[in-house]
Design a protein around this ligand. Structure first.
Ligand SMILES: N[C@@H](CCC(=O)N[C@@H](CS)C(=O)NCC(=O)O)C(=O)O
Length: 213
């Protein structure tokens, strides 16, 4: 059985939980206390040299880090990762987009907002907010004539991009200018179902500004 090294409030972890749920794959979950430095221990660094969750550990002890690499591994051979070469490349396009334009932009702004770190990162906020608007506009533009990011059904591209982008209101953005994005959020939410909640950082007493990160 897979072991998912996870941290509940992480939307990178959430992506993997969602796909494991949709695929009805059994797994055991191991919670990593990232704000107490547990992801930077020697043992954890053997699983992921950069010291971050999520990590998927296979039965034989091999491990895969980076949420989108894990999604790709799990989705192989399923409708969540099309076999057509062009469509696979389009899925990759969105996975790379997410790691450059969404996760370090909306993900970081949201993390700073919800854990009291905005002031510490003051110099980066204007740039990140501009980048978030660019990302939202790009997603909205791409969805003007299509139901999902790639093809006509949910793929790992939607799961990855949705993870942080659908929480953009947590950092004070209005969605009024992005109607196609809002409609897509509804479709993704319906396709995913109710089984994978978004957990608040407040779940973790170590996540506030006095924590390590
Ligand atoms: N690009 C990575 C980012 C992973 C990441 O930043 N994980 C955070 C939680 S969302 C973490 O574990 N941070 C702990 C640390 O940096 O020590 C992914 O998509 O998996």
């Amino acid at each position: 059985m897979f072991t998912l090294h996870d941290y509940l409030p992480s939307q990178n972890g959430w992506k993997v939980r969602v796909l494991l749920g949709l695929l009805e794959m059994p797994y055991s979950s191991r919670s990593v206390s990232i704000f107490e430095g547990e992801s930077r221990t020697e043992t954890f660094l053997k699983l992921n040299p950069v010291g971050a969750i999520p990590v998927l550990e296979l039965d034989d002890g091999r491990a895969i880090a980076e949420s989108n690499a894990i999604l790709t591994y799990l989705a192989e051979g399923t409708p969540f990762l099309p076999s057509d070469t062009y469509e696979r490349a389009k899925v990759m396009q969105w996975l790379f987009f997410e790691q450059y334009h969404v996760e370090p932009v909306i993900g970081s702004l949201r993390f700073w907002t919800l854990t009291g770190r905005l002031e510490h990162n003051q110099s980066m906020i204007a740039g990140k907010r501009e980048a978030a608007i660019r990302a939202l506009a790009a997603i909205d533009r791409s969805l003007a004539d299509s139901l999902f990011l790639v093809g006509k059904q949910l793929t790992i591209a939607d799961i990855a991009v949705y993870a942080y982008s659908h929480r953009v209101e947590d950092c004070g953005f209005s969605l009024a200018a992005y109607p196609a994005f809002v409609a897509w959020c509804g479709r993704v939410r319906d396709a995913i179902g109710p089984d994978c909640p978004v957990y608040p950082y407040s779940l973790d007493p170590h996540s506030d500004v006095r924590g390590e990160l």
